[in-house]
Design a protein around this ligand. Structure first.
Ligand code: GLN
Length: 312
């Protein structure tokens, strides 16, 4: 892209941001008390291309906890550590059509349905704790650093807030343990899961993560391999089919690209070979997805013809 196309796109982004800043629909997540402290006005968009160009607008530097957006990346780490067969044996890849914290499990195959809902994410994290839990948080933080190119830490007040109120996730973990889906170290697994959800990121970081996975797992700015390219397609497929919970089918229809949302209001989208997009706006719809982020993705993909199956 040359200089004038560059500023044209920056102007486009400015208008898009302005249009949806005035949209006040949705509510802050409150089941994790600490998340209620977010400012409902916060709204940032960041785009990083696979050749390293950066476009951003609004509160793109504002940090927030990554929440469920950690799930596909931790899933990628499990795939690298244990291989596709072992991981598939423990966690399926079937969309649930249910809320992210649903208690529904795939009893027939004795595993949770997919790694993007809480049950599947807890089982994925459990896999990672089996060998040496104490170093795992460090490894997870380092993994995110490879994607974003900067150091990350845990927001301990959000971690404590979720640990204190996360009875449903605890129930899920104990239920899975009861069916032999996860190993005995339940509390350790839950702690690590709550910690991975409480890692602090900005929407620029999310765009870097999206761009890296869109770039065959290689960070387009640092050149570092964040995810073995062999597993890129696995991570992107589960994001495509399950990344938006019980909105996943409609998302695939309307936007047609792999994405993942989280209850703090973040969203990451990857456009293979092109770019990563990070959006942050904490007002959520009833399914726990950011209202403004959905609007932005819908309009952006329509305007630029980015839907995977777009033919015009
Ligand atoms: N930590 C949150 C939970 O487990 C993540 C959920 C989400 O972002 N949808 O409830």
């Amino acid at each position: 892209i040359n200089k004038s196309a560059n500023s044209q796109f920056q102007n486009y982004l400015f208008d898009l941001h302005q249009k949806y800043q005035s949209l006040k629909e949705g509510l802050l997540a409150d089941y994790i008390p600490e998340l209620k402290k977010a400012n409902p006005e916060w709204f940032g968009i960041s785009i990083v291309t696979t050749d390293g160009q950066i476009y951003q607008i609004g509160d793109y530097q504002q940090t927030f906890t990554i929440q469920s957006i950690s799930k596909p990346f931790v899933y990628g780490m499990a795939l690298e550590n244990y291989g596709r067969e072992v991981v598939l044996n423990k966690v399926g890849v079937e969309p649930t059509g249910q809320a992210f914290n649903s208690i529904d499990l795939d009893q027939k195959n004795n595993r949770p349905y997919n790694p993007m809902v809480n049950a599947g994410a807890i089982a994925t994290t459990n896999l990672l704790t089996v060998e040496g839990a104490s170093e795992r948080l460090e490894q997870i933080l380092k993994m995110f650093s490879r994607y974003t190119g900067r150091e990350h830490n845990v927001d301990w007040s959000v971690f404590l807030s979720e640990k204190a109120t996360g009875s449903k996730n605890k129930a899920l973990a104990y239920l899975m343990h009861n069916s032999g889906m996860i190993s005995d170290n339940i509390e350790e697994t839950l702690d690590l899961y709550f910690q991975q959800c409480s890692i602090s990121v900005s929407c620029h970081d999310l765009a870097m993560m999206g761009a890296t996975i869109a770039n065959k797992g290689v960070n387009p700015i640092t050149g570092e391999q964040a995810l073995n390219k062999y597993y890129v397609q696995d991570v992107l497929s589960v994001m495509h089919s399950c990344g938006m919970y019980d909105f996943a089918g409609e998302w695939a229809y309307r936007v047609g690209l792999p994405a993942k949302s989280g209850v703090s209001g973040g969203l990451v989208m990857a456009i293979p070979g092109k770019c990563g997009i990070g959006i942050f706006s904490p007002l959520l719809d009833a399914k726990g997805n950011s209202v403004r982020a959905i609007k932005v993705c819908e309009q952006l993909t329509r305007d630029l013809g980015l839907h995977l199956y777009n033919a015009v």
